[in-house]
Ligand binder design. Sequence first.
Ligand code: F6P
Ligand code: MG
Length: 511
Amino acid sequence: MTSLPNFPLWEKHSKIQAVSTPSRVTLHLGHLPSKKDIKAPWPRTPSRVDPNNPPWPAYRGYHEYSFAHATMGVRLPTILGKAIDDASRTLNEQSAEDKIVDLVECLERMDALMADLSGNAKLRPIVDDGEGDVALWNKEIAKYFQGKDFMNAPWLFAEAYKYRRLHECFSVSKYWHDYDVFYRQKCDTFSRSTDAVFELSMRFAEPFKQSENMSDKEKAESERLMFLELTQVCLWGNSTDLSLLINMTEEQIKSLQSTGGDHLAATEKNILGNHLNQLWETVKVLREKTGGRIDFVLDNAGFELYCDFVYADFLIQTGLAKQIRFHGKRYPWFVSDVTRKDWDWLLNTMVYGHLFPKASEVERESLRRLGARWKQYEKDGRWQYEQHPFWCTGYTFWDLHSEAPDLFLHLSRADLVYFKGDLNHRKLTYDCAAPASVPFDIAIGPMASAAGAPKICSLRTIKSDVVVGLGDNGDAIAERLDKEEPGWKISGKYAVVLLSEGRPGEKVRFA
Ligand code: F6P
Ligand code: MG
């Protein structure tokens, strides 16, 4: 037997190990199953997609890395707190006892909602308040969200649910069912956008006319540039940062008039997924058709709606569209979204209001003229306001064709449908963690692939986590921005203009 040198006991032990253990063990696994080709589980196959299981992982309130966390934990309670302040202010202005008592009950329901939200309660069914969306809400809750709470349900659904519950606080009341806790704020944003409002009204009050001295080619080019710039006005009207218009220099103002150039190029750099040129090609074709119809699924009231109107006016005047349908919300939604009342308010305040006491008479006249022309469009049916109940549900637009087939059929008759803003984009893309390189047509699922799907254009300044349609290089772009500019997804500094192929002309069939 080989004797070990005189090491201490523990060292002797390790030497023994070193001597007797093979340095590397190789197992021969001949009897185990063969290796499988395991695919990443995303995107889910369409048959496994449902509101609790989007094609890519959902954002949920408890995900601290996402904007869902800050929104569900901090922003929504703050918004609700402000809404309570607004209703209390209204209460203090009342004199009739029955209306006061009725409003106090609304306030009590708001307090209960606040307790549910901050206590992360389970999502209960919506009370039957006679709205056209109650069945849709309760079906979705019963099928997919039983036992779920505000923080573990997908963010999109939980956030929409909170606005539905807020509406319920008033909808079951006798006197206050149409009360809008956000109305004061919405009117305010418009009156605070003075400079930008007049920048546009002074330019567009007179009907659009091409100079006689231009050749046909020059006219076509100036119209193209005007279209591209007004599309950007409509796009950036969705940004919380309105400086694009307010801080324009004389040079930039000239470029907005028709020559294009630096200003357009500068703001276009921030459009990370950019189908502006394809959009122009699409819209141009509409003029050749008799009766081109363009729809806008609206987002925010006040200044953004005003920008939408400027754009829609241009589309009508140039014959690019014969008719425009605007889709708004039936009741107050995500603070600033357009309702019928906001629509009426904007048009009437432009014509009759005294909102801008410091403006010159010329400026006020420009606003009156614009308002009068737009009201005329509404009277003669070229502009129409619509408010389908589906727009105020928790469903994403992947379910639009199945949950609101009448609306899908209606949209499928449009030649082009613009979806404005961040929330509409979240709903188009199922608000999930799809890679930024995923093409728009894939990300919007049935809204691109279902028979009869109209061409869709999303005009969205990026204000939340989901980002798609950035092209083959998209993942690298998103990774770089994550490193260099944390918060780039919520700043509203970047945008996308994304256009789908659509499947117009195909028969719509419903199961
Ligand atoms: O609360 C977050 C959110 O839903 C985001 O989608 C976005 O930041 C905002 O509210 C709504 O933005 P928009 O008015 O553009 O839809
Ligand atoms: Mg909005």
